[in-house]
Write a protein that binds this ligand. Structure first.
Ligand SMILES: [Zn+2]
Length: 329
């Protein structure tokens, strides 16, 4: 059983595993999921047990994950009867046996919207935390007395502000085209099924403002800045030309962008791992659309050539990763 969210005691909020990863790597937040306590997101279920009845995490801190991150039961985790998070493997409930946990490699919880404003978290004051813990078994709602400091996102679990979440949905369900065509995704004012919101970089001229993705040909490491070159070309016809010609595509990450990133360390680890990796890598980004630019030729600086290029403006909406399920074609 995978959990779309888990209740985090110290933040008094339900978090997705992608929220947890975001918090783990955020250098402006003191948060370590290994030290946090996570419980069943079902309020009634949580109220029925003491605070030692916990969930654990999978791939919460791994920068370069391949398998889908999630929350899961510990061997000792209990749920009340009727809890929607009861899984066949949950001990003590006599559910039908023999059903293996086969869902580990897919993200089944599709956010319907990627929020472009980051989620804010408020850590509970220590004394209030103790109160709640002491009273938890009988009064689970003690802390929710109209406390407006809590995020409005608590009640909207189908929205996320973490780009990695919709990307994982797309990557891990890539072989299920029908599902990707069925599930809607909204970003800003634009809504489209996952299948068309994720646009192969070769077809970026089709529509602006989408999530573009493609296989990486090379990552140019300029030590403090980087350029990602895509394998695919964009076929484009200049007004004064008779036929379409292929153009290279790249995105550029500036030193300033990286230096000011709140997850700088994790980002550098991710991209340096990618630079050294022999595995096929893919890049996903949202927020900018590469445009045709003339750049000087290295061999012959008086000459210029055309390339589709964009400067990434927000690293929160940029990912380089392995994605074994993404076959070309
Ligand atoms: Zn439960």
């Amino acid at each position: 059983m995978k959990f779309d969210t888990a209740y985090c005691l110290s933040l008094d909020a339900k978090l997705s595993i992608y929220d947890v990863r975001d918090l783990n790597f955020d250098e402006t937040m003191a948060f370590d999921s290994a030290k946090e306590r996570f419980q069943c997101p079902n309020d009634a279920c949580r109220a029925a047990f003491d605070e030692d009845n916990r969930l654990t995490t999978f791939n919460a801190k791994n920068v370069n994950y391949i398998r889908t991150p999630h929350f899961k039961n510990q061997p000792t985790t209990q749920h009340i009867e009727g809890c929607p998070y009861v899984s066949p493997k949950t001990p003590g409930l006599g559910a039908e046996s023999g059903e293996a946990e086969s869902d580990d490699d897919r993200e089944e919880h599709f956010p319907s919207e990627l929020l472009l404003t980051r989620r804010q978290y408020v850590r509970k004051p220590l004394n209030q935390l103790k109160d709640v813990e002491a009273n938890q078994p009988t009064s689970p709602n003690l802390s929710s007395h109209g406390d407006d400091t809590r995020s409005a996102h608590d009640s909207t679990p189908d929205k996320t502000s973490v780009f990695a979440h919709p990307v994982e949905c797309f990557v891990s369900n890539f072989d299920n085209k029908d599902l990707l065509k069925r599930m809607p995704l909204k970003i800003g004012e634009h809504t489209a099924p996952y299948a068309s919101f994720f646009k192969k970089i070769d077809y970026l001229l089709d529509n602006k403002g989408l999530i573009y993705w493609g296989k990486i040909k090379e990552i140019k490491d300029y030590t403090q800045s980087f350029r990602i070159d895509f394998e695919a070309k964009v076929w484009f016809k200049q007004p004064d030309e008779a036929k379409k010609k292929p153009y290279s595509v790249n995105v550029y990450l500036s030193k300033k962008l990286i230096d000011n990133y709140r997850k700088r360390k994790a980002f550098l680890e991710e991209i340096k791992h990618a630079v050294d990796s022999n595995a096929p890598l893919y890049c996903f980004f949202y927020g900018v659309t590469p445009e045709l630019k003339q750049v000087p030729s290295k061999k012959n600086p008086e000459q210029t050539f055309g390339v589709f290029s964009a400067n990434i403006e927000n690293l929160d909406h940029f990912i380089v990763r392995e994605a074994p399920g993404l076959t070309e074609g």
